[in-house]
Design a binder for this molecule. Structure first.
Ligand code: SF4
Length: 223
């Protein structure tokens, strides 16, 4: 069923069609579930030219498509992935995470809003509001301003309280879960954080053993 046909059938069934930009399969589980509970019927839109290398991009897309088809029964629109635009508009921001991620959200959400308008969706949302590792406020601002520019209503929800549930549910389904956001900068940052976390755990263990004060815990370390 294509996006137009699905939109028509959902409207007929009393649900409200919504285009849901999805960053990956695991982050889509809870938004689809909770948006349906609100009366929306999501169609997923894939536009993620940020994901590097390309085999990782293709793997995440394949996981999403298989889950959408076999488990969630959600249509997936594979939209444009303009990797050149990402390199020109986002990569030069390098390790300035706030500016880089904001520009990255804009590239992906602009394409999703363009598709939404082209296909007649009145509502747009994103799974980027699930992960506590995303820049929540920056992503909100980008979605709201792009949706306004395209004449669509943004459906922004704080899905972060459902993140632990999404981890459990995706593991139960045996889904591949990546350990970095997507771009090469995030892969390097995540690797560095894993090293720092490992070093902190070692130092904390030694401090406990010797009855010393624990070293400061890295902010990003959960629990
Ligand atoms: S960390 Fe994630 S959101 Fe930020 S630029 Fe990289 S891929 Fe995009």
């Amino acid at each position: 069923m294509d996006g137009h046909t699905r939109a028509a059938s959902d409207a007929a069934a009393g649900r409200t069609p919504l285009l849901l930009h999805a960053c990956c399969g695991p982050c889509s589980l809870e938004p689809v579930k909770y948006l349906r509970q609100e009366g929306f019927e999501p169609t997923i839109c894939w536009s993620n030219p940020n994901i590097q290398p390309i085999r990782e991009h293709d793997r995440r897309l394949a996981v999403l498509v298989a889950w959408a088809r076999d488990v969630a029964h959600v249509d997936v629109i594979v939209a444009a992935d303009d990797r050149d635009a990402w390199e020109k508009g986002v990569a030069p921001k390098g390790l300035d995470r706030e500016r880089r991620c904001r520009a990255c959200y804009a590239v992906r959400l602009a394409e999703s809003c363009r598709v939404a308008r082209e296909r007649g969706f009145r509502f747009v949302s994103t799974t980027l509001a699930v992960s506590p590792y995303q820049l929540f406020d920056a992503c909100h601002d980008e979605l709201v301003s792009l949706a306004a520019a395209y004449g669509i209503t943004p459906v922004w929800r704080d899905f972060r309280p459902h993140y632990p549930e999404s981890v459990d549910d995706s593991r139960a389904l045996g889904m591949y879960r990546q350990n970095y956001c997507g771009c090469r900068f995030s892969a390097a940052e995540a690797a560095l954080e894993r090293h720092e976390a490992r070093d902190w755990r070692k130092a904390a263990k030694a401090a406990r053993r010797e009855g010393r004060e624990l070293p400061p815990r890295p902010e990003y370390l959960p629990g």
